[in-house]
Design a protein around this ligand. Sequence first.
Ligand code: HEC
Ligand code: HEC
Length: 330
Amino acid sequence: MGCGVDEESVENPYAFEAPPNFPAATYTFQNNPITEEGFELGRRLFYDGALSRDGSVSCASCHQQHVAFADPLHRLSIGVDERVGIRNAPAIQNVAFKKFFFWDGGVNHVDFVPIAAILNPLEMDETIANIVVKLQAEEKYKTRFRAAFKTDEINSQRMLHALSQFMVLMVSANSRYDRYIRNEGEVLNAAELRGLTAFQQKCTGCHATDLFTNDDFRNNGLDATFEKDNGRERITEYSGDRGKFKVPSLRNVALTKPYMHDGRFKTLEEVLMHYQSGVKDSETLDPLLRNNETLGIALSDQERSDILAFLLTLTDDSFIKDKRFSQPPN
Ligand code: HEC
Ligand code: HEC
């Protein structure tokens, strides 16, 4: 006020804006409108070890901003007491556009994601009731909950809403690819453009739309039996879903190694070799990975290197450096 700036024209950093090249958002904003105070509370909670039993693990322990909120160091996630989880921690990005969360789609609304992480003995191993007690004991949280929700009562629903406000603003849509596709003056080089074309021919059957996922569950041939992790079948208890996992977005994929639900591949080259010659057969193997008698996706050396060049254009530096999502000062 009174500083000479036209308030209307100043962008509100807490307003949700859907990029024009994205499908429609799915988040129920009407039940949880984003405010600066709610977002900033959620940010503190995301970075606070108090959400775990012994204070040692925060959401950010497994979801680190510099790699689009994935975990670069561990094939399988590591929780309290160094307990080894069963899956690789995925990136957190474009949350407001998702229909399913987790590799098996076990959660279908982001508001409930933290409950799974908190209660999981291999992750935070804490109870919601204990967390509420811990937060109530901290003056700074009393103040922040009051500012965000206009009441002194700290409860689980408000805590979950604040975490969601923080996460749904994590929109990543400013990669070189985005600026190219939206005609914002970016150019892709010849290899990247060939890679885009090859990708459209061979990969968009699953990695569709500008979110690079069709939001479906598919078996991409990682295993013949899926005894260790049967994927979507865990949720539906239907054998036809054995070995099907959520098609992950490929945004920021150059950063989000290791790859696949169990982090088995360290590099994108390994991923491409898998599609070319590593696909294993099983009853639920996706038909797209079965061409007549041969398994996998036919890829020449040239196509592999072009697709790799294209995948690197999906990195969004402004997202991983966005100060709104960084560890808060207090
Ligand atoms: C110990 C490591 C760990 C901690 C701590 C952790 N997560 Fe995760 N997170 C994971 C793993 C592993 C998955 C995938 C789980 C699965 O697929 O079964 C995941 C999945 C997610 C997803 C879904 C992403 C997607 O696209 O499917 C979100 C969102 C998320 N976590 C947010 C959080 C929040 C918020 C917290 C803190 C309350 C948190 N996580 C704490 C490891 C962790
Ligand atoms: C039949 C559907 C399908 C097709 C076709 C497909 N993918 Fe995938 N992709 C998946 C699924 C499902 C996963 C996750 C599997 C898992 O972790 O169990 C995945 C995972 C990946 C990953 C790992 C991402 C991560 O965060 O771990 C990359 C990279 C990838 N695919 C690239 C490609 C490329 C490049 C092509 C084309 C050459 C392609 N995919 C074709 C379904 C598909």
